[in-house]
Design a binder for this molecule. Structure first.
Ligand code: BGC
Length: 722
């Protein structure tokens, strides 16, 4: 159907629809193949034929989708196709690292490529819309959903959002191998009080605009098809009912014309929040705020909107506008043309699955997500020599969830266990394994096995951390640390006085005991690396792949430091060791365990010669900031550099550091190169007292370094004139 015919078709449908059919289009129900929220009766074919539902979540698979779609396009009065949605956060068949791990690659091209593959896999399995990317900034590792997002920094999160949206959608959502993306959860969900899931958010408007909104704006600029408001209360108004944000900022100021999909039952939850008495009021609040689709809402839209209309709480044209947006999305997805377009034939599915490049991409993404935190005495890379390597810990075999959901996924490939990955990478070594303990339980026999194996070996790789289920939605932990049983195991292993490499699996930075960090010879954050976990870890530990990952979130020493992030504002009394009345703790340092951007390589990079091509900059101009890099190590490697600014004096206080850019360079051993950053005057704008963007004349410090740790900075200054 041509675009103009489609428009006419949509208008015709709206004219022909009954009120019930309209609210049906605004209702999303579950096919319940997986459960991602409170239990709920799955959709019935009768409801579909009656037009009481416009889209489904949690149902996929070419044949199943085809069968269900048939009820809509053959059995319902107006024959409007459904669209099908799923949370595909790190892949459907090919599993990439968890998004938080992937963000540590600091590689927008990679972020886009993995999204492309995920979209291609979805687009033959009946999935039209992905509830991804999750772009909430997270500065509190207690919050379990840290695992789903890109970490603490708005600039990184905005680039992640942009890359993911492009990867999922391309420039034409009806094209082969594409799906619609959803930017979620708008916004500030990552700042739930005390890191507790679903708790309220109470923050300044300034912080909201400076830190939490920019990634969503980037997603809108990239053309994201859908937005999901957060479940949470924001400064007294639940996001689902927050017209000031959803309607006034996102729709009016940013010009977002796509679909807003409520989070799971969050329209109904407006009653529990205490802003609506009944379904009618809840439905009116959400619709008037800009929410088009009620996901799993216990019929809040379906029953509530007609009541709200009767009571004069909503207008029919607002319902029509929401229906129009839903139908427009269906048109953009190409569903009016062919409602089965994403139901691939068995050979199409097999062709997508069989591609070797996917496996290679999963391997590359996994390698790039690993962050080497410590490597004393260059204990890594492990040499391939005939010696005894003990792999100890409950996360060392594939069943230990190192490979995320691979084992559980229908038709997903079996992952190589970490221990097998090491055997493959070090064929001359004698690699032996014992778990030693469970995730949270240890017994005498397990301890004894671990002690014996450690004693008999030349080097130990200790695989400890969390299971995947210990993070994610409803995965808040008051103390996000290494479980006690695993600490005990670590003590036993470290007591054998052998070199110990600790591999940490987690969906967040973990609070680690000081003794573990001090005594371990090497520490590597592995997160959950996905399908190719074993191979990637084997290749990185053996030096076939030189580590490149960097932390996208500051790593706390203790829970008491949370929230901890590099972009704090200055205090009038900066910490000074010998001055009591300064900003510090009496019982722990101010500094994180590992700074944002920290991550070692087997190479050593030296920075020198920071320079700008012009030191004065006017509105509209762009300058170049260059720095020379030398690889002084024995191996070829890749370095990531970060450019921060600090505004020395401004009318509003500004963070101590603001990240404006990051760039990479690959250098052979002994090679020199130059990294060049572009810095536009517009990048230096900040929000004034009225939260309007403003460029202010003044001197700005420019710092370039390997992390947010100021000790490693090379610095210069620029003058901004307006
Ligand atoms: C989560 C969303 C998710 C939705 C559907 C909710 O509980 O907060 O992120 O997209 O369920 O599965």
């Amino acid at each position: 159907m041509a675009r103009s015919d489609e428009k006419a078709h949509i208008e015709r449908l709206i004219t022909e629809m009954t009120l019930e059919e309209k609210v049906g289009q605004l209702t999303m129900l579950s096919g319940e193949l997986v459960q991602t929220g409170p239990a709920y009766a799955p959709v019935t074919s009768q409801a579909i034929r009656q037009g009481r539902v416009g889209s489904l979540l949690n149902l996929w698979g070419s044949e199943r989708v085809r069968e269900v779609q048939r009820h809509a396009v053959e059995g319902s009065r107006l024959k409007i196709p459904l669209f099908f949605c799923l949370d595909v956060l790190y892949g459907l068949r090919t599993f990439f690292p968890i998004p938080f791990g992937e963000s540590c690659a600091f590689d927008p091209r990679l972020w886009e490529r993995t999204a492309r593959v995920a979209a291609q896999e979805c687009a033959v399995e009946g999935i039209d819309l992905n509830f991804s990317p999750m772009i909430d900034v997270a500065r509190d590792p207690r919050w379990g959903r840290t695992v789903e997002g890109p970490g603490e920094d708005p600039h990184v999160a905005a680039r992640f959002a942009d890359a993911k949206v492009r990867g999922f959608q391309t420039s034409d959502m009806a094209a082969e191998g594409t799906v619609a993306a959803t930017a979620k959860h708008l916004a500030a969900y990552g700042a739930v009080q005390a890191g507790r899931e679903y708790a309220p958010v109470d923050m300044s408007e300034r912080q909201f605009h400076e830190v939490y909104l920019p990634p969503f704006r980037a997603a809108v600029q990239a053309g994201v098809a859908a937005i999901m408001p957060a479940f949470t209360d924001f400064n007294g108004t639940p996001m689902t009912a927050n017209a000031a944000v959803l309607r006034d900022i996102v729709r009016r100021q940013w010009g977002f014309s796509g679909v807003m999909i409520s989070d799971y039952s969050s329209v109904a939850e407006l009653i529990a929040h205490g802003v609506a008495r009944d379904k009618g009021e809840a439905a009116a609040l959400a619709l008037n705020a800009g929410v088009d689709i009620d996901m799993m809402g216990h019929d809040t839209y379906f029953e509530g909107l007609p009541r709200a209309l009767e009571r004069g709480l909503v207008r029919l044209d607002a319902i029509d506008a929401a229906v129009r947006r839903v139908l427009q999305l269906k048109a953009k997805l190409g569903l009016f043309e062919d409602p089965y377009r994403r139901c691939g034939t068995p050979s199409a599915i097999a062709a997508v699955g069989a591609q070797r490049e996917r496996k290679e991409l999963a391997w590359e993404a996994a390698c790039r997500s690993l962050v080497l935190l410590k490597n004393d005495g260059d204990v890594l890379p492990l040499r391939d020599a005939p010696r005894a390597i003990a792999v100890i810990g409950p996360l060392a075999d594939a069943k230990g969830e190192a490979a995320a959901l691979v084992e559980a996924s229908e038709g997903g490939e079996k992952a190589l266990a970490i221990v097998d990955g090491l055997r493959a990478a070090l064929p001359q070594a004698n690699v032996a394994f014992t778990a030693g303990c469970g995730i949270e339980r240890i017994d005498t026999a397990g301890k004894e096995r671990a002690r014996r194996l450690a004693r008999e070996s030349d080097i130990i790789v200790l695989c400890v951390g969390e299971t995947l289920a210990m993070s994610g939605e409803a995965g808040s932990r008051g103390h996000p640390s290494l479980p006690a049983a695993q600490c005990e195991l670590a003590r036993i292993v470290l007591a054998q006085k052998k070199p110990v490499v600790v591999l940490l699996f987690s969906g967040r930075p973990l609070v680690l005991p000081n003794w573990l960090v001090e005594k371990a010879d090497a520490l590597m954050a592995a997160w959950f690396p996905g399908s190719e976990a074993g191979r990637a870890i084997g290749d990185v530990l053996s030096g076939r792949f030189n580590p490149v990952g960097r932390l996208s979130m500051s790593w706390p020493v203790d829970v008491g430091q949370i929230p901890i992030f590099f972009g704090m504002r200055p205090t009038g009394r900066p910490a000074a060791a010998n001055d009591h009345y300064t900003s510090k703790y009496l019982d722990m340092p101010n500094e994180p365990r590992f700074a944002f951007g920290h991550g070692l390589s087997y190479s050593r990079f030296e920075l020198s010669g920071l320079r700008v091509n012009q030191s004065k900059l006017r509105a509209g101009e762009t300058i170049e900031v260059s720095i020379d890099v030398r690889n002084d190590g024995p191996l070829a490697g890749e370095e990531t550099l970060f450019l921060f600014i600090r505004d020395q004096v401004s009318s509003v206080t500004r963070p101590l550091l603001e990240l404006k850019a990051f760039e990479k360079i690959s250098l052979a051993a002994g090679e020199n190169g130059t990294v060049c950053f572009k810095l536009a005057a517009g990048d230096l704008a900040f929000l004034d007292h009225d939260l309007a963007p403003r460029l202010e004349a003044g001197t700005l410090e420019v710092h370039v370094g390997q992390s947010a740790d100021a000790d490693g900075f090379l610095s210069t200054q620029i003058e901004l004139t307006t």
